[in-house]
Design a protein around this ligand. Structure first.
Ligand SMILES: C[S@@+](CC[C@H](N)C(=O)[O-])C[C@H]1O[C@@H](n2cnc3c(N)ncnc32)[C@H](O)[C@@H]1O
Length: 259
C-alpha cells in the first residue's frame, strides 16, 4: 500500500470525504474524468431526453391549441419532472398541476414486478417536501394539488368526480411498476380528450419486456378500450409518449361520472 493510501486511511471520516470530493474533481485523475463524464454527459443526457418530451409536448399542444386542462403526474418523488413540466409549460398554458403519489415510496413488490432494484419503500419522499419544492419553484398554489396514497386506494370514483371539471392535456406516468400503472389507466379515462398526451417514463424498464411493467398495463388497457385510438409520439431511451386521437366511444373505466 502506498504511503498516501496509508495516510488516507488514518484520516477521520469527514476529512476522508473532503479528500474524496477533491480527488473527484481533479481533471487529470481517472476518478475525476469518470465523475465529470457521469455528471456532464451521462446524467445530462437523461435530463435532456426528458426535456425533449416536455418541449415536444409543448410544441404539439400549442400548435393544436386549445388542448388545455390538467397536467396529471403519477409518480412525484423529488419533483424533477413536475418542475420540468412547469418550466416548459408555464408561458404557453394555464394548466392545473396535480401530483399523485403514496409519498411513502414503492408499494409491496409483487411477483410480476420483482427486479433487483425495486424494494418496498424505495423512492420515499415526503409530501411536504414535494409541495415545498414545487411551490418554491413557482407553481401557483391555486393551480397545484397533491393526492396522497397508493393508487389502488387513492384513485376513487369520488376523486374523479371532484376533478372532472377539466380534461387532461398531459398525463405523465412515472411509477415504474405494472401493478402501479394498472389502477392509473383504469382511472384516467374520464380525463382523456382528443390531443391528450400520455407519457410513460419507464417504458423500457424490465428490459422492454412487453409482458411486464408499463408496456403490459398499456397493452391491456388498449385491449379493454378498443374504440379508443392513440398514435405514438415521442420516443426516448427510457420513455414513450402517445397522443389520444379519438375518445368517442367505448370507454371502459372504473369510474361512472354520469350516475
Ligand atoms: C421514479 S419515482 C418518480 C420520479 C419523479 N417523477 C421525479 O421526477 O422526481 C416513482 C414514484 O412512484 C411512486 N409510486 C410507485 N408506485 C406507486 C403506487 N402504487 N401508488 C402511489 N405511488 C407510487 C413512488 O412513491 C415514487 O415516488
Amino acid at each position: 500500500m502506498s504511503v498516501l493510501k496509508k495516510l488516507f486511511r488514518l484520516m477521520p471520516d469527514g476529512a476522508q470525504s473532503a479528500v474524496h470530493g477533491l480527488v473527484e474533481n481533479l481533471p487529470w485523475t481517472r476518478r475525476g474524468r469518470h465523475s465529470r463524464w457521469v455528471r456532464n454527459t451521462y446524467s445530462k443526457f437523461g435530463h435532456d431526453q426528458r426535456r425533449l418530451i416536455f418541449l415536444s409536448a409543448a410544441r404539439f399542444l400549442h400548435i393544436n391549441r386549445p388542448i388545455t386542462g390538467y397536467y396529471l403526474e403519477f409518480g412525484c418523488n423529488e419533483a424533477k419532472t413536475m418542475r420540468m413540466a412547469w418550466d416548459n409549460f408555464q408561458y404557453l398554458f394555464d394548466f392545473t398541476y396535480v401530483g399523485f403519489d403514496s409519498f411513502e415510496g414503492l408499494p409491496e413488490i409483487a411477483k410480476i414486478d420483482e427486479q433487483e432494484n425495486w424494494k418496498k419503500g424505495k423512492l420515499a419522499f415526503s409530501e411536504e417536501r414535494f409541495r415545498d419544492i414545487c411551490l418554491g419553484h413557482g407553481i401557483p398554489k391555486d393551480r397545484f394539488r397533491t393526492v396522497r396514497g397508493f393508487y389502488d386506494k387513492s384513485l376513487t370514483p369520488d376523486l374523479a368526480r371532484e376533478l372532472s371539471a377539466r380534461k387532461a392535456a398531459v398525463i405523465y406516468i412515472d411509477c415504474d411498476l405494472y401493478l402501479s400503472t394498472v389502477p392509473i389507466l383504469a382511472w384516467i379515462s374520464p380525463f382523456l380528450q382528443v390531443g391528450t398526451i400520455i407519457v410513460f417514463d419507464d417504458w423500457n424498464c424490465f428490459c422492454a419486456d412487453p409482458e411486464r411493467g408499463e408496456r403490459r398495463a398499456w397493452r391491456e388497457f388498449l385491449k379493454a378500450n378498443s374504440d379508443l385510438r392513440f398514435e405514438p409520439f415521442v420516443s426516448t431511451a427510457e420513455g414513450q409518449a402517445f397522443i389520444c386521437v379519438n375518445v368517442d366511444t367505448g370507454l371502459v373505466s372504473n369510474i361512472e361520472l354520469t350516475n
